[in-house]
Design a protein around this ligand. Structure first.
Ligand code: MCA
Ligand code: AMP
Length: 493
């Protein structure tokens, strides 16, 4: 089982979580999770890898449910709290979730569907018996979590992570980034992805440190927490650093100075999930005194490559393999390329996921014959430091740190009655990394962009919705009929 749960006994009276002005000790978290595990078990001795989906706001209740699922032998399926219903339904169906736990405010959205499907639904505040239920022994090799990630298929795939994978993903970061029990981290990231769940929450709790939640990101709130002077670690995606810099620049000189002084007291600031522009790294250093530690990871593998904690953090580079993670830069056959030549990043180690949920073919394609995971990212090694050059698919977009499939968006757009055909591409963007745009083949004049935007937001997460539409008579195609995405991008210039 994920070791943070056992470790919690060592840290009993220390503060584990801070949510608003409430603090929760490790003892309170352990106790709450055990009680809730009893409720999930409902008389059974083991959930036996039943999928338990939960739509819970970041905070004590979220971690309580996650630990309860693990202790009861279930598989945790965190749902995104901002997704519209069709995206939630997809995850519930795909995982075959047997139970859904929700914060009270999300219950109405899920109720009718759960009743109709015979899924057990209850509130995170549901009354517990107060008795300690007997909990099963959960082997490390059992499934712990399914997270959804977009890829080269149109629909997101469920990534199955075992307890052993989680232990490996967390322990390498504890060692590499010197996590310790006196750390205090601010969590501003969503809790349906690895960055927030594993790097922030799981690492903090594994080490006996304290995690403070800020559920709604804003520059003002982040700096307010920084100014309290109690935090020591911060992790975010480049878009967040960009937004914080922009907000800092609006402050009066005296306020900006105060924030800068508060930031100098941090032990560590990390950036990841998307390429950190060198200009953002330099500007952040100027205002905070910190050279951001940039690292590279993926839902399927946790973190794999990191700049050093001590030593040079090289701008534009993601660093070296983390302890216990094997990296190969390879040509198409999976064989290593000579040093200094570009190739795909392959990864091997206990951190690597076991399989995509119910997708045997996709799983097979994701690994080489000798067991290396193919990331689809292309990189080069320069002086021992790895530099990411790009991805080997134009249909994978990174915007605001979220991985988004152009094909998934196209599929949804094509179901709109006013859209005959479409092509979705990403344009470079200073703030978001990439910005999603769509060329539409329509009967002129085409759907009203504001109406289309509203319609799209009801179908998919707002971060997947195109920011601009362009009506065209036809899409540029090659002689085989394949859409030329590079030419589609040109249409927007
Ligand atoms: C939102 N907006 C956008 C985008 N997202 N515009 C362009 N591109 C986007 N991608 C718009 C909204 O439509 C809205 O405009 C306005 O920005 C504010 O939206 P909101 O959602 O409130 O934005 P926010 O709260 O400011 O969020 C920005 C954010 C968020 C905090 C950067 O995107 C975020 O939390 N990103 C982190 C994602 C993450 O954790 N990724 C890690 C994946 P309007 O008002 O006009 O509608 S894990 C991973 O990648 C691997 C494992 C790894 O290596 O970590
Ligand atoms: P996700 O599927 O959301 O886990 O996103 C993983 C992808 O994010 C990787 O395959 C990379 O393309 C990208 N990524 C993560 N960290 C970095 C980084 N530091 N620099 C560039 N790309 C990154």
């Amino acid at each position: 089982m994920f070791r943070a749960i056992e470790n919690a006994l060592l840290f009993a009276e220390r503060t584990a979580l801070v949510c608003g002005d409430r603090e929760y000790t490790y003892a309170a978290l352990s106790h709450g999770a055990r009680e809730f595990a009893g409720l999930l078990l409902n008389g059974r001795s083991d959930l036996e890898e039943g999928r338990i989906a939960f739509m819970v706001d970041p905070g004590f209740e979220y971690v309580k449910v996650q630990w309860a699922v693990w202790q009861a032998g279930g598989v945790a399926v965190p749902l995104c709290i901002t997704h519209p219903f069709p995206s939630l339904q997809y995850v519930l169906e795909d995982t075959g979730a047997e139970t859904v736990v929700a914060s009270v405010r999300y219950m109405p959205m899920l109720e009718a569907y759960c009743v109709q499907q015979g899924i057990r639904l209850f509130s995170v505040e549901a009354e517990v018996s107060g008795e300690d239920a007997a909990l099963p022994h959960v082997e490390d090799g059992r499934m712990a979590m399914i997270l959804y990630t977009s890829g080269t298929t149109s629909k997101p795939k469920g990534v199955v992570t075992t307890h052993a994978n989680l232990n490996a993903q967390v322990s390498t970061l504890i060692e590499a980034w010197h996590w310790h029990r006196d750390d205090r981290i601010l969590c501003v990231l969503p809790l349906h992805h690895v960055h927030g769940i594993v790097n922030v929450v799981c690492c903090a709790l594994y080490s006996g440190a304290c995690c403070r939640f800020l559920p709604d990101f804003s520059g003002e709130a982040v700096f307010r927490y920084f100014l309290e002077g109690r935090l020591s670690v911060f992790m975010a995606v480049p878009t967040i650093y960009f937004k914080l810099i922009a907000y800092w620049e609006t402050l009066s000189e005296a306020d900006a100075d105060r924030v800068s002084v508060a930031m100098r007291a941090f032990r560590l600031m990390v950036s990841g999930s998307a390429a950190l522009p060198v200009a953002v790294m330099e500007r952040w250093k100027a205002i905070s005194g910190h050279s951001l530690l940039e690292r590279y990871g993926m839902t399927e593998i946790g973190m794999a490559i990191s700049n050093p904690y001590e030593g040079e953090r090289r701008p534009g580079h993601v660093g070296m393999p983390l302890p216990g993670v094997d990296i190969r830069i390879a040509e198409e056959q999976g064989l290593p390329v000579p040093e200094g030549e570009p190739g795909e990043i392959l990864v091997r180690g206990d951190n690597v996921f076991t399989r995509y949920w119910n997708r045997q073919e996709a799983t097979q394609e994701a690994f080489t014959a000798d067991g290396w995971f193919r990331t689809g990212d292309v990189a080069v090694v320069e002086d021992g430091y790895i530099r990411i050059l790009g991805r080997n698919s134009v249909d994978i977009i990174k915007s605001g740190g979220y991985k988004i499939s152009a094909l998934e968006i196209e599929e949804v757009l094509r179901t709109h009655p006013g859209v005959k055909d479409c092509a979705v591409v990403a344009l470079p963007d200073e703030e978001w990394g990439e910005r999603i745009v769509a060329a539409l083949v329509t009967d002129m004049p085409g759907p009203d962009p504001a109406d289309l935007d509203r319609w799209m937001r009801a179908q998919m997460a707002s971060y997947k919705v195109p920011r601009r539409y362009l009506n065209v008579e036809e899409l540029p195609r090659n002689t085989m009929g394949k859409v030329l995405k590079a030419e589609v991008k040109q249409l927007f210039s």
